[in-house]
Design a protein around this ligand. Structure first.
Ligand code: MTE
Ligand code: MO
Length: 422
């Protein structure tokens, strides 16, 4: 029996029995519901005309679906981070208005008129592009996730933050429109660079921090995008308006916002952002560097601490997100018993490269305690590790690149909390 037919059978049974199980659609038809039988205020007058809100905002009843920060994490909000409310979203596209922000020196305001993009170094023709110049090159559209390398970084030592927004919300997934970095590099000409195999590009932003990072030429020529639109509209100020770099599958720190300069070089710069930061210190005190790709990861977004079960026993939708920086997600498994047994979840769509995948487990809950976990598998065959497996390789000194399996303990009231099952 498929999930769909079993659910239909359940609903039919509920209706026949007079329905006390609390599923919408099973209300007793013998008791009049004033919401149906009485003329309501919203049907007794007229609604708003068009243009009451020339650019629409979420309805006030959804006012809690917002980015949030964790005050004690950083000294101030200028060099800080906030988190996407992934517990309250569905599908895979993150609306820009609630997509997490990470700034090293605050979000700057640049106009399209003031915008310049320089390309120099080992190129045939150093060039400067205005915003209008960029718009004249052939465009591409792609959906990609952007995950900060520090996502889940507070969970290394044990369960810490009580909500998936805070444990996993340093991620967003948007459709980008822009010009491929390859197009721009070829416009400047790469003959001067000679053999491209060991060449790099150094990219920096127009903000005070500059957030400079080195990227191997192979990646620069592969799939990076000089993006000026996200989800169909201009980038928001906080995401790099008017232009940012998109580096599919690689850590968010490389996605330089307000990008102002690209230098073709014969080696990496070893900037602050790729030495003292965004490296992973191992148990023996040495650090891994150039850990660019985000490994396969997944998390149950509901039920979760900020999204408890409120409807009682019966049909329950367990859902979450999976992603990998090494291609596409091929399978997600869900466990209700802390990883002892697993069921394969339903993917809303086949996994797409370097983009988020939504999964569902359509199930029945009888009020039993659950230790909910999810485990992602990607097209390389890589399986998302347990916390123990990750610690065996990485020790306890790391912050970045924590992709271990997350556990939510759901009690008989449907409330969930962050617990460690290693
Ligand atoms: N110019 C510039 N680019 C930047 C940053 C920055 O502070 N300045 N922060 C980086 C980091 S660490 C991350 S995780 C991503 C976050 O992108 P977002 O703010 O759009 O979510 O941008 C990256 N690009
Ligand atoms: Mo980041």
């Amino acid at each position: 029996m498929t999930n769909k037919t079993s659910r239909r059978a359940f609903l039919a049974k509920g209706l026949a029995a007079g329905a006390t199980v609390g599923v919408a659609g099973t209300a007793n038809a013998a008791t009049p519901d004033p919401l149906i039988t009485e003329v309501q205020p919203w049907a007794s007058g007229l609604g708003d005309g068009v243009d009451v809100s020339p650019y629409g905002l979420p309805i006030s009843h959804e006012a809690d679906v917002i980015r949030r920060n964790v005050e004690w994490l950083t000294a101030d909000t200028i060099s800080s981070i906030n988190f996407t409310p992934i517990h309250a979203l569905d599908g895979t596209i993150t609306p820009q208005g609630c997509a997490f922000e990470r700034h090293h020196s605050g979000a700057i305001e640049l106009t399209k008129d003031d915008y310049r993009l320089m390309i120099n170094g080992l190129v045939d023709r150093p060039l400067v592009f205005s915003y209008a110049d960029l718009e004249r090159f052939p465009r591409e559209n792609h959906v990609y996730f952007c995950e900060c390398a520090a996502n889940t970084g507070m969970e290394w030592a044990g369960a810490q933050l009580n909500g998936v927004q805070f444990t996993h919300g340093m991620i967003h997934n948007m459709e980008y429109t822009g010009v491929s970095l390859r197009t721009i590099l070829e416009e400047a000409g790469l003959d001067a660079a000679g053999d491209l195999k060991d060449k790099w590009v150094y990219v920096e932003g127009a903000d005070a921090s500059s957030n400079g990072r080195s990227i191997p030429m192979e990646k620069a020529l592969d799939d990076c995008i000089i993006a000026f639109k996200a989800n169909g509209e201009a980038l928001r100020k906080e995401h790099g308006y008017p232009v940012r770099l998109v580096v599919p599958g690689w850590e968010g720190n490389l996605w330089v916002k307000w990008i102002r300069r690209i230098e073709v070089m014969d080696g990496p710069v070893e900037s602050r952002e790729e030495t003292s930061k965004y490296t992973d210190t191992l148990e023996n005190g040495t650090s891994r560097k150039w850990t660019w790709a985000m490994d396969a990861k997944s998390v149950v977004t509901s039920p979760s601490p900020q999204s408890p079960i409120t409807h009682g026993k019966g049909p329950l939708v367990i859902t979450g997100l999976a992603w990998t920086g090494r291609g596409a997600i091929t399978r997600v498994d869900v466990s209700k018993d802390g990883g002892k047994s697993w069921e394969t979840a339903r993917l809303a769509k086949p996994g797409e490269k370097m983009a988020m995948t939504r999964f569902y487990l359509d199930t029945t809950w009888d009020g039993e305690e659950m230790m909910l976990q999810s485990r992602a598998i990607d097209e390389t065959g890589y399986v998302q590790p347990t916390k123990t497996q990750l610690r065996e390789v990485r020790g306890l000194n790391s912050i970045y690149h924590n992709n271990c399996i997350q556990t939510w303990l759901v009690n008989s009231n449907g409330e969930a909390e962050n617990v460690e099952v290693s």
